[in-house]
Design a protein around this ligand. Structure first.
Ligand code: GLU
Length: 476
């Protein structure tokens, strides 16, 4: 049975984020004025515009919220969903601020939302909606390479980003950096290799690194490493699919997968590629060979597993179902999937929640690389790839002539190359996820009173933002 993913809120999503912020603030030394300035949303733009749909017009409601301008541009995705509302966009914009700070991406936080279910519109209609939305952003100065840079989110992807880039470009003839007005674009339109899978890959890098700490895993009663771990994933969209794929390739067992209308499980493990192909062809996960259907789509959250990855929407784990969650590790690939009430229940049960503002920051990290690529007008690796390859070749020759032995083909292929754009993006992303995790873990260890990784992540983020405000000199 398909259960509505947008369950009733325990209270406002933005208030939840504020409550995390307030709780974390007690561990940060800062002027209360700075904390207030960080906490609230700086600009909220609510718009309504008409779009020609079928034979008539429809009035579309949409938002763009810029939460913090302590660094510019502001950054964050655009969500297309019938459940979009101001409170949700404000909460998501705030999460972007903390996310960017944690991974040292020099942006303020923002988010956009258009209140439409993309499944109900043709491609032409979605193009008109997207171009008109972009025009509204241009009119009010809510988009630009140095102002506010959108990206994909739930319900949007490369196609929408290319419409946005093209519309913005039409308004900014001669602006050299116009393509940097949005990220998550197709490669042919200034996108970067590795952006599509970036959020899911970041989730994988973050959890894999975390699962390598023996001391932390022992407390959960788990061994270290990804190999053989049982993983359940809610959401087979861009984030969930790629997270599942990287875990599967690393030898984890994907025991259950859920979508908005169906969920399946298999003790032997599910191949995410086969699951996606089946879902695309049939519109449901049910009937996927080798799997058994779950009675409700949300049952995927409650299956027996080591790691649960909610990769769909907010408010999925709440006070009604938290006690039934069996996973030891909950990796928040979605934004806000666990409510504060549910978090308290899960922590009490001895689980660990790896928070969204850290774990899903891979998307914005690679968006940052894309933005840099657009501003520098050169593909990463273009200058050095051949140089590295010839230097590595020299190294092979030196090894072979010194040792008198020839390297095997496999050894040769590992060394005899230079890094291309995807290699560099993956390397930058892995480095970012590891560095950020170490910082959060250090914060956790420094303060006796910090009980959750979420609080440690918020403290880490707030400390960095406070420093930016202090150096801005706004508060003497
Ligand atoms: N929508 C993504 C997020 O929630 C990506 C944002 C971006 O790349 O700017 O983090």
């Amino acid at each position: 049975m398909a259960q509505n993913l947008d369950l009733q809120r325990e209270h406002s999503f933005f208030e939840d984020v504020v409550s995390y912020f307030d709780h974390a603030s007690q561990f940060v030394k800062a002027h209360p004025g700075i904390l207030d300035q960080i906490k609230y949303c700086n600009s909220v733009y609510r718009m309504r515009f008409p779009v020609r749909i079928k034979d008539g017009f429809e009035v579309i409601e949409a938002y763009r919220v810029e939460h913090s301008h302590h660094k510019l541009p502001t950054k964050g995705g655009i969500r297309y969903s019938e459940h979009v509302n101001q409170d949700e966009v404000m909460a998501l914009a705030a999460l972007m601020t903390y996310k960017c700070a944690i991974v040292d991406v020099p942006f303020g936080g923002a988010k956009g939302g258009v209140m439409v279910n993309p499944r109900n519109y043709s491609e032409d209609e979605l193009e008109r909606i997207t171009r008109r939305y972009t025009t509204e952003l241009v009119k009010k100065n809510f988009i630009g390479p140095g102002i506010d840079v959108p990206a994909p989110d739930y319900g949007t992807g490369e196609r929408e980003m290319s419409w946005i880039a093209d519309t913005y470009g039409a308004f900014s003839m001669g602006e050299l950096n116009a393509l940097a007005c949005v990220t998550g674009k197709p490669i042919s339109q200034g996108g970067i290799r590795g952006r599509r899978e970036a959020t899911g890959l970041g989730v994988f890098y973050g959890l894999r690194y975390m699962m390598g700490f023996e001391e932390d895993m022992a407390k959960l009663g788990l061994t270290t490493g990804v190999q053989g771990k049982r993983i359940a994933i809610q959401g087979l969209g861009n984030v969930g699919y790629h997270a599942a794929k990287f875990f599967f390739e690393a030898g984890a067992i994907i025991t259950a997968i859920g979508e908005y209308n169906s969920a399946v499980q298999s003790e032997n493990g599910i191949n995410p590629e086969e699951a996606l192909a089946h879902f695309r062809a049939k519109g449901t996960l049910e009937g996927l060979p080798g799997t058994a259907p779950l009675a409700n789509n949300t049952d995927v959250l409650e299956v027996d597993c080591d790691v649960l990855i909610p990769a769909a929407l907010e408010n999925q784990i709440h006070s009604d179902n938290a006690a039934r969650i069996k996973a030891k590790i909950i990796g928040e690939a979605a934004n806000g999937p666990v409510t504060p009430q549910a978090e308290a229940i899960l922590i009490e049960k001895g689980a660990i929640i790896v928070p969204d503002i850290y774990l899903n920051a891979g998307g914005v990290t690679v968006s940052y690389f894309e933005w840099l690529k657009n501003l520098s007008h050169v593909r990463f690796g273009r200058m050095e790839k051949r140089y590295e390859k010839s230097m590595n070749n020299n190294l092979i020759e030196a090894i072979e002539s010194t040792t008198g032995k020839a390297l095997t083909e496999v050894q040769r292929s590992l060394i005899d190359r230079g890094a291309d754009e995807q290699d560099l993006v993956y390397s930058g992303l892995e480095e970012t996820m590891i560095t950020a995790y170490d910082q959060i873990r250090d914060t956790f260890k420094q303060h006796q009173g910090i009980k959750t990784m979420r609080t440690a992540a918020f403290v880490t983020a707030i400390q960095k933002i406070v420093v930016s405000y202090e150096t801005l000199g706004i508060f003497p």
